[in-house]
Design a protein around this ligand. Sequence first.
Ligand code: MG
Length: 441
Amino acid sequence: MNRRTLLKLAAGSPALSPWAQAQVARATRGMPPPKIRDIKAISTAPGKIPLAVVKVVTDQDGLYGWGCASFTLRSQVVVAAVEKYLKPLLVGKPADRIDDIWQATYNSSYWRNGPVLNNAISGVDQALWDIKGRQAGMPVYQLLGGKCREAVACYSHASGGEIQEAIDHARRIIANGFRYVRVQVGVPGMEGYGGAGRGSLAAKPLHASPVYEPAYYIRRTLKLFEECREQLGDEIELLHDVHERVSPNQAVQFAKDLERFKLFFMEDALAPEDISYFRQIRRECATPIAMGELFNSPHEWTPLITERLIDYMRMHVSQMGGVTPARKVAAMGEIYNVKTAWHGPGDVSPIGHAANVTLDLACHNFGIQEYFAFDQTTREVFQGTLVAKDGYLYANETPGWGIEVDEKAAAKLFREELKPDGMPYYGFPVIRRLDGTVIKP
Ligand code: MG
């Protein structure tokens, strides 16, 4: 088998045998470093959620990689950032200098640490890790030092409009082998996060927008967890996402009130703008705290980790700029005994999920992984999409992320989301309090 054929095999076949992987690694070892020949951002919509993924193509036959650049609510701005700014900057550069390229792109905009540019950088960064894995004939977790554990424990989402509905949903998840469940319940008549609302409101809103009142939600959620412990017992690990929807003082009180239910963690109790209030929560109670999916900047995560104000860092890996910064921040977390719980819902692409699991396996201070079950269509478009077994995720053992993307089918997923009159608006609905005040999403 000649070198060209081997390289094509390495890049194109997720089912490469260990022998063939070794041949590929041997064949590529003496070659000059690959150079970046092309960078493409592909708009897609796995599970009907708009996302962008990035393909970096090298000048070596068949050697390319995929990265996650998933800022779902503004994906087309990320596409423009990749194509108009990163591509001209990086074409012709050596593809094997991942950290160097990360630093160059991060600094090239001068104004930095925003979600659009970070996601664009992540698309390239993760693609370069994929390329390095394919060159080495190894899954990326091997390049990060190898496994710290056999598999990645994950949690799944249970929700319901009514408390019993949410608990029944949790039971089904537990029956599928999960030991960790996030539970959310709707509030009658309100646009609750993670659980449908239903029924009529006791108080009448002064407008026609979806309504949300934090105090109603807090009382309802405390009842939910009372029922959860009663019906599901103490062994199951329960998680909850506040989604930054309460005031700082309510967050402190809520964390105290939840303490007796011994949650695995309470997530996003505060908005990123209010993170100094974590000091108050820490002083008042021992409810484990997770935070970070909205973070873009070291100015946000660094104080929370170094002051030990959170227990779990929950950043969206593409939102923080990719695997390169994520592994460094994870290592910082290990020093302070803050664990990882990378953001992993449907608005992370299957490539991003593979990157999460890579970090989960290779970082000692792994805490938990959020899981999303992609539909059959997505699994066909993103071959190698990870699927949990008995509550655990396993990395692909093929080189790189072990994911191959059917580019045409990926783009078709996105086109099918377009309405006849063009791109639909895609964003969180505007939610208001009873009096009409806009609240955080
Ligand atoms: Mg969340």
